[in-house]
Design a protein around this ligand. Structure first.
Ligand code: NDP
Ligand code: MG
Length: 387
């Protein structure tokens, strides 16, 4: 029996993690749950899983009757309590945005294994997270949940550290892969929210359409696998069957494949090192015909270029990129900017702020705050230009 705390239990990843718990009675005990604003679903979850602690970060409610088996916490500090004080083996960090960084650090400081969906935490504070995750393949401190990084992790199992030549991150390409730059620039919210292969939360769906999701994943791969930017390549693979690949020095290329369903990488991390059922249909090899891969277009999708530039700039540039993207996506969701202006906000924020350190949590929080301020200013400026 493994005890698990799930941060972001009402989200797409959180709900699928609870599906895995349901499929395996007696294997997992949910000791803590947090959500942000969806109190109706959250109360149902709390009543069903009976955690020791329940945290609602975005609002306060009266603890519902019949839930006195758990301690309730309200407001942002609920994440801190859930990640550091609730007894458990694993903390699944499935909140959205760099708000998850503190939880990742707390969980590691209190000796828990982190199951990481929240890629923004690693993008913003990669070095700090890495410093708290000793490299021990027998007892990993952190397991990736992101499907590409789970695939790479699986391809590297049993391999000696750093023996790969290249990591190939696959990308579905999102809904705009075949669109012209001009059409992408004016994409509507409905168009950006209709992802061809994955059903996910709103923010990551927009990120997938702009390819900022892949930009964040390039940076995530650097920290998870100690890869240089030159060792990380992105290939567009629209059917999302090959979840990623690793090329080794001997010329071997290992891939992890399957239907695109997040329950596989979620269950892989939750049950590691065992493999458990997920309800996902396995693919027959004859279905693997016509696998298509192509190089991404850095012109129509500047996010990829910006990721490599931020990696080579070092310091807090990746943190700045992430924060500016969070603000720009929010601006797009609220109709303050057009789709094509998301990358512009990020690029102009990076240019305006210049180099900043990222060696302490304070430095990262400062860079994050300054990036958010600057990108809000840029969005205001863009809105004025458009009038
Ligand atoms: P969702 O938007 O579906 O869920 C986000 C969760 O976080 C919800 O439980 C939400 O609560 C909670 N939340 C939102 N804002 C805050 C906040 N400010 N503080 C604390 N909690 C908050 O997102 P996803 O599940 O899609 O994604 C979660 C993370 O996993 C992201 O980092 C994403 O990039 C990553 N990921 C997701 C994949 C997917 O398939 N969905 C695939 C790979 C990675 P509430 O709903 O109650 O408001
Ligand atoms: Mg992914």
């Amino acid at each position: 029996m493994r005890d698990i705390v799930i941060l972001g239990s009402t989200g797409s990843i959180g709900r699928q993690a609870l599906d895995i718990v349901d499929m395996h009675p007696g294997r997992f005990r949910v000791t803590g749950l947090t959500a942000h604003s969806n109190d109706l679903l959250f109360v149902e979850q709390v009543k069903k899983y009976r955690p020791l602690m329940a945290g609602l970060t975005g609002k306060s409610i009266s603890p519902p009757s019949g839930t006195d088996f758990c301690q309730w916490h309200f407001g942002p500090s609920a994440l801190e309590v859930a990640s550091s004080q609730v007894p458990c083996d694993d903390v699944l960090v499935a909140v959205v945005g760099m708000i998850g960084l503190g939880s990742v650090l707390n969980a590691r400081k209190t000796g828990k294994r982190v199951l990481l969906a929240n890629k923004e935490a690693l993008v913003a504070g990669g070095q700090l997270v890495k410093d708290l995750c000793p490299d021990d393949p027998q007892n990993p401190a952190l397991l990736p949940v992101d499907s590409e990084h789970s695939a790479i992790y699986q391809c590297l199992m049993g391999a000696k550290a750093k023996c790969f030549r290249r990591i190939i991150l696959t990308a579905s390409g999102g809904p705009f892969m075949a669109w012209s730059a001009d059409r992408i620039a004016h994409a509507t919210l409905d168009e950006a929210l209709s992802h061809p292969t994955w059903r996910m939360g709103e923010k990551i769906t927009i990120d997938s359409a702009s390819m900022f999701n892949k930009a964040l994943e390039i940076i995530e791969a650097k920290w998870l696998f100690d890869a240089t930017p030159g060792q990380i390549q992105v290939l567009v693979h629209p059917s999302s069957i090959v979840h990623s690949m690793v090329e080794f020095a001997d010329g071997a290329l290992l891939a992890q494949m399957g239907l695109p369903d997040m329950r596989v990488p979620i269950a892989f991390a939750m049950a590691y090192p065992e493999r458990i059922t997920t309800g996902v249909r396995p693919m027959a090899p004859e279905d693997f015909s016509n696998l298509r891969f192509e190089k991404p277009d850095f012109e129509r999708f500047p996010a990829l270029r910006l990721a490599y530039e931020a990696l080579s700039a070092g310091g807090a540039a990746c943190c700045v990129l992430n924060a500016a993207n969070e603000i720009a996506v929010n601006g797009y969701l609220h109709h303050a900017i057009r789709f094509g202006q998301i990358a512009r906000v990020v690029e102009e924020t990076l240019a305006a702020l210049g180099p900043m350190p990222a060696d302490t949590l304070e430095a990262i929080l400062d860079a994050d705050r300054r990036s958010r301020e600057k990108s809000r200013e840029i969005i205001n400026q863009i809105s004025k230009e458009d009038i």
